[in-house]
Design a binder for this molecule. Structure first.
Ligand code: FES
Length: 274
């Protein structure tokens, strides 16, 4: 490893803090990769060696994880990651056009970084903000209802150092490395800033509340045909059956569903099939 002694000391101290939060050291791999990314700006060869040595893993094991998740970068990342959502709804609403415009404007393609080290451009998948499509994320903060022109303005503002405010979340935009540190588990104290879910996200709930609507009860083991839904009685006031003790009158599938526990899921489903 080529970390300077002072950086290595700090890294070791903070890594110990992270590892102490988990029952097993290897469980701390993801936050440690973020922590190294906050130091180097990407998951460097030093980061791989540090995580392997600190957690008692092989370099191959650490690399396998670091190359699986797209949030971990294997080459120096820009100060700002510009993520343009190109999943169906955002794409239909203009996400592809935004990506193409930014790609042309910045002269970089997907997962490439501008020569000045400021921007890394990415196509990203749905961020569960479809009611604000087309959506961009800058360092994983939301910028809703974008257009090719607004995306270029955003880039110009960031390049000029003008203050930029995400649509939701923190009031200011942190750098890629600062966000990596938060993802490692070191809070920056800004989690409570800014607006959370907006009116479009709550519209369905508010409409249902205003009209006294509620979802029909789930009838386990019975197909949810339109007729069955229409004739469903009002939701029971009694609490739902406990997952640990499914009532005998529920079908085998219900009992299996209630009894599912992580690794034995397949076995439970196998029993039902018989
Ligand atoms: S499709 Fe873009 S946020 Fe869901």
């Amino acid at each position: 490893m080529t970390y300077a002694p002072q950086i290595l000391d700090t890294l070791r101290g903070e890594a110990a803090e992270v590892i102490a939060r988990y029952p097993s050291p290897r469980s701390a791999l993801l936050p440690l990769l973020h922590l190294c990314q906050s130091v180097d700006g990407y998951v460097s060869p030093d980061a791989i060696a540090f995580c392997a040595e600190t957690l008692g893993l092989t370099g191959a094991e650490v690399s396998a994880v670091a190359t699986f998740y797209t949030q971990f970068k294997r080459q120096p990342n820009g100060r700002y990651t510009l993520g343009v959502c190109v999943t169906s709804l955002c794409a239909i609403m203009g996400g592809d056009s935004i990506f193409d415009r930014l790609s042309e404007y910045l002269a970089v393609g997907h997962d490439q970084t501008t020569a000045d080290g400021l921007f890394t451009l990415e196509r990203i998948e749905c961020n569960a903000a479809c009611d604000y499509a087309p959506v961009m994320m800058v360092n994983w903060e939301f910028f809703d209802n974008q257009s090719p022109a607004s995306a270029v303005r955003l880039v110009d503002d960031l390049r000029a150092g003008r203050p930029v405010r995400p649509t939701r979340g923190p009031d200011t935009l942190a750098t890629f490395q600062d966000v990596a540190r938060v993802l490692a588990g070191f809070e920056d104290g800004r989690a409570g800033e800014g607006p959370a879910a907006g009116a479009p996200s709550r519209a369905g709930l508010e409409l249902a509340a205003a009209n006294g609507w509620s979802a029909p009860p789930i009838r386990v083991g019975q197909a949810a045909t339109p007729d069955a839904v229409a004739s469903s009685p009002a939701p029971p006031s009694a609490p739902a059956p406990s997952a640990k003790a499914p009532p005998a009158e529920l079908g085998g599938a219900a009992a299996a569903e209630a009894g599912r526990t992580g690794s034995d899921t397949g076995q439970q489903e196998g029993k039902v099939a018989k």
